[in-house]
Design a protein around this ligand. Structure first.
Ligand code: SF4
Length: 446
């Protein structure tokens, strides 16, 4: 790894701050400490990138499965703990399809996979891949099933066979989809390593013995394969915890190149698959292969993944804007809140539940929640008033302005700033429907 000074020499030295650092030197120090990536500076020249590319490459290689608009990038990680910087490529989840199934059953699984899609705090989650397993031991059948599945499913694909020939034949048939080949072993490592180089398909390498796994990686690299995925044959929670951690620590702390690749965990046949998937999500897995995944299992798993893979230094935010909820008019009340996504979506959901029309003004507080933003001086009567002016909401409605109960103390100053009477709302978002009902009753009596 180059030193901070070596990095600094190749940076533009304009101190423009676009990388989030105050100076190029500060950015160079972040690079040297692996707390930043070269791509974070949008102004680095290509010649400098080339010079630094290898030495500054992330210690875990980025390997991409799939092609076109829908791919699954895996790895690219630089830290063991998300608070040190951030995790880069979220773990993917894949369901399994057998080549013994007829097309109708295959289609049903594709529909089930497509239905595993949710929206949460403005982000869409979905299932990431399908894995086709060769249960027939018949190369022609496996290859035909791969072709059929690739016409039904647009996303990334994994091909699994314990035999080399069916794996190669099926991979050739859908080579343009860049499937992941699962998995090479001591018997076929040379052939599959060369095949991976020839086709560009990433190759998983499997062994429950980590020394053997390292040897196999070296053999695959000697055969020319570059995009490798480590399969430590861990499917029980304890094994996943131990082996995934050992692999990732070796790659990041000891700079052991043979383990500098993404990890997959195949949970096929595992009794406690959801628990194992949870551990794999928490401990460095880039791909979790499952036999099945129900909607009620997918939602908590996807939510866990979202929590782990969001940047802890950048809260999830929505845009400062005026959001009409339940078709408001010129007399509807005006609520306002911060642009922290979780706050916005919670408040919005509770207003929607009330079925009462409301103008909801979101104020940019750099993604902080109500009390934190208030304490940090980012949710002030002046900010709120400026947001109202920007959206023009006070000209659109003569309804009451409702101050979040947690920041009731800003009421007086806000009244002066916007020259309109305000009322204090609820502390808890869940109380909004009741509050709105009472507000409507009291307004009808006025
Ligand atoms: S974005 Fe690049 S040029 Fe600008 S301060 Fe950061 S390192 Fe320097």
């Amino acid at each position: 790894m180059p030193t901070a000074i070596e990095f600094f020499k190749l940076l533009p030295k304009t101190n423009c701050k676009d990388c989030g650092q105050p100076t190029c030197l500060a950015f160079a120090m972040q690079l040297a400490n692996q707390k930043a990536a070269l791509e974070d500076c949008p102004h680095v020249e290509q010649s400098a990138k080339d010079a630094l590319a290898e030495s500054s490459a992330p210690p875990v290689r980025t390997v991409t499965v799939g092609s076109g608009d829908w791919t699954l990038p895996m790895g690219g990680e630089t830290v063991l703990f998300r608070h040190e910087r951030r995790f880069v490529n979220p773990v993917g989840y894949a369901l399994t399809v057998s080549d013994l199934w007829d097309e109708a059953r295959m289609q049903k699984t594709v529909q089930q996979a497509s239905a595993l899609s949710f929206q949460r705090v403005g982000m869409v989650f979905r299932l990431d891949a399908l894995r086709l397993r060769c249960d027939s031991a018949d190369a022609d059948r496996f290859s035909q099933a791969a072709t059929a599945l690739s016409s039904l499913w647009d996303g990334p694909l994994v091909l699994e066979s314990s035999s080399t020939e069916p794996l190669m034949q099926a991979a050739r048939a859908i080579r343009f989809r860049r499937p992941l080949l699962q998995s090479a072993n001591p018997e076929n490592i040379k052939d599959l390593g060369a095949f991976s180089k020839e086709t560009g398909c990433p190759l998983a390498i499997r062994s429950d013995d980590l020394q053997t796994l390292a040897d196999l990686v070296e053999k695959a690299r000697a055969a020319g394969a570059e995009d490798l995925v480590l399969d430590p044959a861990a499917s029980e929670p304890k094994d996943i915890l131990e082996r995934n951690t050992a692999l990732r620590r070796s790659a990041l702390k000891k700079k052991f190149k043979a383990f500098g690749y993404p990890i997959l965990n195949d949970l096929s046949g595992t009794a406690s698959a959801l628990t194992a998937a949870t551990v794999a999500t928490l401990r460095y897995s880039s791909l979790v292969l499952l036999d099945d995944l129900k909607v009620e299992e997918a939602l908590p798993l996807f939510t866990l993944r979202q929590n782990i893979y969001t940047d802890p230094q950048v809260p999830i935010q929505v845009k400062q804007a005026l959001y009409p909820v339940n078709d408001p008019d010129q007399h509807s009340p005006i609520f306002f809140t911060t642009n922290f996504s979780l706050t916005y979506f919670t408040v919005r959901a509770d207003i929607e539940k009330s079925k009462m029309p409301v103008w909801l003004q979101v104020v940019d507080t750099e993604g902080l929640s109500v009390l934190t933003a208030y304490a940090a001086g980012k949710f002030t009567p002046e900010n709120v008033s400026a947001a109202f002016q920007e959206s023009g909401v006070l000209d659109m409605s003569d309804g009451p302005v409702v101050v979040p109960g947690l920041v009731a103390r800003m009421s007086g100053k806000l009244e002066l700033a916007i020259n309109r009477k305000v009322v204090v709302g609820t502390n808890e978002s869940t109380a909004i429907p009741r509050f709105l009902k009472r507000l409507a009753e009291s307004r009808s009596q006025d």
